[in-house]
Design a protein around this ligand. Structure first.
Ligand code: SAH
Length: 219
C-alpha cells in the first residue's frame, strides 16, 4: 500500500476503528472521530509507518512507546470530555495522545521528562496545527501547580500508586485515569474527585512503561 495516498490512510484508520475500537466497546463518537482524524503514523518514525494502525504499541525512541490505539481510546473515553475542559497529561511521549486531547478539550497541558521526546512531539504537533497545547519538560508526578486545578488528568505511564499531587490538582467533579500497579503489569484506575473525597474504579488490566519521578518509581 502507498503511505502517501490519503485514501488508503483513511481506509487504515477506518479499519482500526471497526476492528479495534468499536468492536471492543468504545462508544463516544467524539473520541472515535478524533482517532479517525489524527494521522497516527506521523507520530512514529518512517520505518514504522506501515505498522502505525496495528493493534499494538510501537517504539518511539528513548526506550518509550506510543500506546496501542485501543488503550488510547479507552483512557480518553474515561475522561468524558465535552469540549470546554482544561486537561493535564503526564507523559507526552510522541504527542499522539496529546493531539487526541487537543481535539476534544479546550486546553491541554502536557509534561514529559525526556527532552528529545518533547522537541519531536512539539514539532509534529506544530506541523499539524495544534495551538491549544502547552508542553513542558519536567517531573509530571508533581503536576503543574501554577495551572491547576484541572478538569481532567491522564497519566500515560505506570505508577506504583495514584500520585498524590495529581489528585490534589483535580477540581471537584474532575476525572483522572492512571495505570497503577507493578513494574510489568498494572490496572487502569479511574479516579473521580467528589465533594467527599476520591472514588476509584478499575477499568481493567494494562501494561505501560514506568512513571519515573518523585511520586512514581525511582528510575
Ligand atoms: N502518551 C504517549 C505515550 C508515552 S509513553 C504517546 O501517545 O506517545 C510514557 C511517557 O511518559 C514516556 O515518554 C516517558 O518518558 C514519560 N514519563 C515517565 N515518567 C514521567 C514523569 N515523571 N513525568 C513526565 N513524563 C514521564
Amino acid at each position: 500500500m502507498k503511505w502517501s495516498d490519503p485514501a488508503s490512510l483513511e481506509h487504515e484508520r477506518e479499519k482500526m476503528l471497526e476492528n479495534q475500537l468499536i468492536s471492543r466497546g468504545i462508544k463516544d463518537q467524539r473520541v472515535l472521530n478524533a482517532l479517525r482524524k489524527i494521522p497516527r503514523h506521523l507520530f512514529v518514525e518512517e520505518a514504522l509507518h506501515h505498522q502505525a494502525y496495528g493493534d499494538h504499541p510501537l517504539p518511539i525512541g528513548e526506550k518509550q512507546t506510543i500506546s496501542q490505539p485501543y488503550i488510547v481510546a479507552l483512557m480518553t473515553e474515561a475522561l468524558e470530555l465535552k469540549g470546554s475542559e482544561k486537561v493535564l497529561e503526564i507523559g507526552t511521549g510522541s504527542g499522539y495522545q496529546t493531539a487526541i486531547l487537543a481535539e476534544l478539550a479546550d486546553m491541554v497541558y502536557s509534561i514529559e521528562r525526556i527532552p528529545p521526546l518533547v522537541y519531536k512531539a512539539r514539532k509534529t504537533l506544530d506541523e499539524l496545527g495544534y495551538f491549544n497545547i502547552n508542553i513542558r519538560i519536567g517531573d509530571g508526578t508533581k503536576g503543574w501547580e501554577e495551572e491547576s486545578p484541572f478538569d481532567a488528568i491522564i497519566v500515560t505511564a505506570a505508577s506504583p500508586e495514584v500520585p498524590r499531587p495529581l489528585q490534589e490538582q483535580l477540581i471537584v467533579g474532575g476525572l483522572m485515569v492512571v495505570p497503577v500497579g507493578g513494574r510489568y503489569s498494572q490496572d487502569l484506575i479511574k479516579v473521580e474527585r467528589t465533594e467527599k473525597g476520591f472514588v476509584q474504579q478499575n477499568l481493567g488490566g494494562c501494561r505501560f512503561v514506568s512513571l519515573i519521578g518523585q511520586h512514581g518509581w525511582q528510575e
